[in-house]
Design a protein around this ligand. Sequence first.
Ligand code: NAD
Ligand code: IPM
Ligand code: MN
Length: 371
Amino acid sequence: TANKKLLVLPGDGIGPEVMDEVERVVEWLDAKRRVTFSVERALVGGSAYDAEGTPLTDATMAKAQGADAVLLGAVGGPKWEKLPFEHRPERGLLRLRKEMALFANLRPAQVFEPLVDASSLKPDLVRGLDIMILRELTGGVYFGEPRGIETLPNGEKRGFNTQSYTTSEIERVARVGFELARKRSNKLCSVEKANVMESGVLWREVVQALGDKDYPDVELSHMYADNCAMQLVRAPKQFDVIVTDNLFGDILSDCAAMLTGSLGMLPSASLGAADESGRRKALYEPVHGSAPDIAGKGLANPLATLMSFAMMLRYSFDMDEDAALIEDAVEKLLAKGVRTADIRLEGRAPVSTQEMGKALIAELETLATEQ
Ligand code: NAD
Ligand code: IPM
Ligand code: MN
C-alpha cells in the first residue's frame, strides 16, 4: 500500500475542533490499509503567531511543499485583528496558496437531499443543486501591486490595492474551468465586471479565445459579477461551472454556501499546475473561517473540513471510492437527523462536533461491512 504524506494544519478557532473529528476518519481509513497516511501536524495562523512569532514559519512552508497533500482547518480571529498585516493569521494561508502556486480553487456547492429544507431558499430552487465555483486563487486584488496605506500631503490617508491579471493567469484557470465543465454538464459561465474594469475586459477576451480555440464543445457564457450574485439566489440551478477571479470567487462561494444549508457544509480544493506525472500540489480547506462566535463550544459543523478531505482522496490520491464512501456516510447521517446546530432538524436536538465525528465513524463502519 502506498504511503501518503499528509500535513495537517488545524489553525485557529473552530479549526482544531473540526480537525480532531476529521482526523478520526483519516485514522479509520488508515486502519483499512488501502492506503496509509503519515500525518504530520503544524501550526498556522494566530496559533502559529502566538507560539512561533509568525503565522507561517519557513519550516512549515517547507513541509507543505514536501507533502503529498495539505489539509487546513481555518485561521484568524479577533485576538489577532489589530496586528500589522504581515503578522495577521490570514497571511499564513495566503502565503501557502501563493508559494505553492495553488491558482485553482474548486468550491463545489452540492445540496444533500436531507438538507433541502435547511437552505434559506425555497426547496424547489435548491433540490438537486450541484454547481462548481472555480475561484482564481493566487492573483487579482489579493496580491496585486502597488498596495498599501499612504498619507497624502493634506494629511488624509489613502488605502489602495491593485486588481491585476495577466493573459497566462487567466488562461490557466480558465483551462481548468473548461476541463471541469467537460466532466460535468459541459457548461462554463465566466464571471467578471468587464463593464467597469480593464482586468475584466481582458478576462472575458482570454476566456472566450481559449474556448473558441480548444473547447468549442463547451457551452460558454459570460456574466457580470453583480448579476451572478443575484442569479445565484434567484435560480442557482442555471449554473454548472462558474470561473471567476479571486475576490468575486470569495464572495460568490460564501453566497453559494447558503444554498446548501450552511457555510459549515462547503469544502474546497486548492490546486496547482500538474507536473510531468500529472500530480498537483494541493491544499484542501473548508470555505468557512474560524467562526470565533462559536469556537470552543463544540457547536461547529465538521463536515466542510471532512468533505475537503474527501476531495483530497479524489483529486490527489485517485481514491474515488473512499471519497464516495465518506460522502455517502454524510448523507445517511443527515437523513437520520444527526446534525450540528447550524443545520439542525426541527424538533431534534442538535449533536455536538464530537458527536458528529463519532457518528460518522459508526456510519462508515456500517457502510464498509455492507460492501
Ligand atoms: P466565518 O466563516 O468564520 O463565520 C461566518 C459565520 O458562519 C459565523 O456565524 C460562524 O459561526 C458560521 N460558521 C462558519 N463555519 C461554521 C461551521 N463549520 N459550523 C457552524 N457554523 C459555522 O467568517 P467570519 O466570521 O467573517 O471570519 C472569522 C475569522 O475567520 C476572520 O478572522 C476571517 O479572516 C477568518 N476566515 C478564515 C478563513 C480560512 O481560514 N479559510 C475563511 C474565512 C474567514
Ligand atoms: C477564504 C477566506 C480567505 C480569503 C481569507 C481568510 C484570507 O475568506 O478562504 O474564503 O479571503 O481567501
Ligand atoms: Mn472567504
